[in-house]
Design a protein around this ligand. Structure first.
Ligand code: FRU
Length: 502
C-alpha cells in the first residue's frame, strides 16, 4: 500500500510525459492536420451520431481500428467543446452477430420515448451483414439501435434489433433521426438506393414508412447515402433542407453532397427547385450531416476525403480527417434558396491576427510570405475584391510545390488547382483543378480561406460557394502570394495564424 503511494507521483508524471509525447509526435507527422479532427491511428470515414449535450459536442465516426484502409466498421468517438481541440475516446460500438456498424445518428431521448431512461443517448445505425451480403439476397442492411446512459461512454445494443428490417432494397442505410415536434414523433431519413425514404416512430423501435423522395430529382451519378433533414429559419420564414451524399457523381468527380430546399409536413418532403445544388464544390467533403440537440442552430461536419482515392491517400499511421465544423444558414439569390456554410464562431478565439490592411492595391502580385512564413502551414486569409478582377492566391513551399486558389472573372468560376501541390501519384484523377460557379450576384467578392497543413477550405461570398480540397505537400506551405493580371484593389485583407490547439 505504502509503496504504491510513494510510487504514484512517479507513475503519474510518467503517464503525463508519455501522453504529452504522443500528442507531440501525432502533431509532427507528415500531412497531419493540426486543428481538424483526425484519429490518432487507423482508418476513418463518415462522421456519425453527432450530438450536443451538457456543453460537449460528441462526434462518432466510421472507424476501422485494425488498419489504414476501410475494413469492418466500428463507431469511433471523440468530443470537443470548441471544434478545434478534440479528445479521442475509446471505441463506442463494435461489430456484432448482426453485422458491422455502418453510419447513423444519435439523439437525446429527453422524454424517454424508447424506455431506456430519460435523456438516454440513442444511436440509430445501419447493421451491414457480410454473410447475408455474400448470399446475394440484397437483404444485408437493416437499422438497429443502441443506448447509453452515461453520455456516450458505454453503449448497450437493443435486444430487439434490428428495429427496421430490410424490405428488399440492397442499399438501405445511414438513418438520420430527428424529433418532429409538430407531430410529436421521430422521423428517420434513410438512404434507399436512388432515393430517400422517410419513416416515423413514437418510440424509436417501431417504424412506419411515410414516403419516398427524389428518384427523379437531383443528381444520380451514384448511389444515395448519408442523408439529413432539418428546418432552417431565414427572413422570418422556415424552410427545410435535405442533404444527400452521392458517390460517385460529384461536380468535380467522385463523392459529393447535394442538397434540396423545400417543405416537410411530417410525412412528405417536397421541393420546387429543379436545379442541382452542392453543399461543397471541392472534392473533399463527403457524408457530412449536422449535430442533433443544438436547437435552431445547425452545425455541419463532413469527412474530408473522397471515395475515389480515400484508401490510397499517402498518410501513414491514420487515414481520414474531417472538415471544419460549419454553421449552416439559408439565403435567397435570384428567387431561389441556397445553403451557406461558414466556420463555426467557436474558432474565432483561436485566430491570431498577423497582418491587417484596410486597402491594398495589387499591382500584379504581392508577396505576403513574411507574414505567413512562421505559421507552419496553418492560416486563415480573408479579403474582398471586385468581381470584374481575376485574383489568384498562391501557397507554396520550399520544394516549389504550389496550391493555387482563385476566381476567374471571365467565366465567373472559383477554383482550386492542386495539380502541382505535392504528392499525387497514388491516384490518376487526384492532380486536378476543381471549379465552382459563383452563386452570389454582388459586385463585391468576399473570400475566406482556411488552410491546415494538407487541406484548404474556401468560403466565398459568406459561404454561398464552398470548396474543400486536400493536398499532400512535401513540406509545409508557408509561402503566400496574391496576384492579379491587371491591378486590383483588395480590401480588408487579413492573415491570421491558428493558435496551438492541442
Ligand atoms: C458513406 C458510406 C455509408 C456507409 C458507410 C460505410 O461513405 O458508404 O453509406 O454507411 O460509408 O462505412
Amino acid at each position: 500500500m505504502k509503496i504504491k503511494y510513494i510510487l504514484l507521483p512517479f507513475f503519474l508524471s510518467a503517464v503525463i510525459i508519455s501522453t504529452r509525447s504522443i500528442a507531440q509526435s501525432v502533431q509532427q507527422e507528415k500531412y497531419r492536420p493540426q486543428f481538424h479532427f483526425s484519429p490518432k491511428a487507423h482508418w476513418m470515414n463518415d462522421p456519425n451520431g453527432m450530438v450536443f449535450y451538457n456543453g460537449i459536442y460528441h462526434l462518432f465516426f466510421q472507424y476501422y481500428p485494425n488498419g489504414t484502409i476501410w475494413g469492418p466498421m466500428h463507431w469511433g468517438h471523440a468530443t470537443t467543446r470548441n471544434f478545434l481541440n478534440w479528445d479521442e475516446k475509446p471505441i463506442a460500438l463494435y461489430p456484432d452477430s448482426l453485422g458491422m456498424i455502418f453510419s447513423g445518428s444519435v439523439i437525446v431521448d429527453q422524454h424517454n420515448t424508447a424506455g431506456f431512461g430519460e435523456n438516454a443517448f440513442v444511436a440509430i445505425f445501419t447493421h451491414h451483414n457480410q454473410k447475408i451480403e455474400e448470399a446475394k439476397t440484397g437483404l444485408h442492411q437493416y437499422q438497429s439501435i443502441a443506448y447509453s446512459n452515461d453520455e456516450g461512454k458505454s453503449w448497450t445494443k437493443y435486444k430487439g434489433n434490428p428495429v427496421l428490417p430490410n424490405p428488399g432494397i440492397s442499399d438501405f442505410r445511414d438513418p438520420k433521426v430527428m424529433w418532429y415536434e409538430a407531430g410529436k414523433k421521430w422521423i428517420m431519413t434513410l438512404a434507399t438506393k436512388d432515393r430517400i425514404t422517410f419513416y416515423s416512430s413514437a418510440n424509436l423501435k417501431n417504424w412506419k414508412r411515410e414516403s419516398d423522395f427524389g428518384a427523379d430529382l437531383g443528381a444520380h451519378g451514384g448511389v444515395w447515402e448519408c442523408p439529413d433533414l432539418f428546418p432552417l429559419a431565414h427572413n422570418g420564414k422556415t424552410d427545410w433542407v435535405l442533404l444527400v451524399s452521392i458517390n460517385p457523381g460529384g461536380p468535380n468527380g467522385g463523392s459529393a453532397t447535394q442538397y434540396f430546399t423545400g417543405d416537410f409536413d411530417g410525412n412528405k418532403f417536397t421541393t420546387k427547385s429543379k436545379a442541382v445544388k452542392w453543399l461543397d464544390y471541392g472534392t473533399d467533403n463527403y457524408a457530412g450531416v449536422t449535430w442533433s440537440n443544438t436547437g435552431k442552430r445547425k452545425i455541419f461536419i463532413g469527412w474530408m476525403n473522397n471515395w475515389q482515392y480515400a484508401n490510397q491517400v499517402p498518410t501513414k499511421k491514420w487515414r481520414g480527417a474531417n472538415t471544419l465544423a460549419r454553421d449552416l444558414s439559408l439565403n435567397e439569390v435570384k428567387g431561389d434558396l441556397f445553403l451557406c456554410a461558414t466556420p463555426v464562431k467557436e474558432v474565432l478565439p483561436f485566430l491570431e491576427p498577423i497582418y491587417k490592411k484596410a486597402l491594398v492595391t495589387l499591382n500584379k502580385e504581392i508577396d505576403l510570405s513574411t507574414y505567413s512564413g512562421s505559421l507552419n502551414g496553418k492560416l486563415k486569409l480573408d479579403f474582398n475584391f471586385d468581381k470584374d478582377k481575376s485574383v489568384k492566391i498562391i501557397l507554396s513551399n520550399k520544394e516549389a510545390q504550389k496550391l493555387v486558389i482563385g476566381y476567374d472573372s471571365q467565366t465567373g468560376y472559383y477554383y482550386i488547382d492542386r495539380t502541382q501541390a505535392g504528392k499525387s501519384d497514388f491516384e490518376n484523377g487526384f492532380a486536378q483543378k476543381h471549379i465552382a460557379l459563383r452563386i452570389a450576384e454582388s459586385k463585391n467578392i468576399k473570400l475566406s480561406l482556411v488552410v491546415d497543413v494538407a487541406s484548404v477550405e474556401l468560403f466565398a461570398d459568406e459561404g454561398l460557394t464552398v470548396m474543400t480540397d486536400v493536398f499532400f505537400p512535401e513540406s509545409l506551405m508557408n509561402g503566400l502570394k496574391i496576384s492579379s493580371e491587371k491591378s486590383a484593389r483588395l480590401s480588408d485583407l487579413s492573415i491570421f495564424g491558428i493558435k496551438k490547439v492541442r
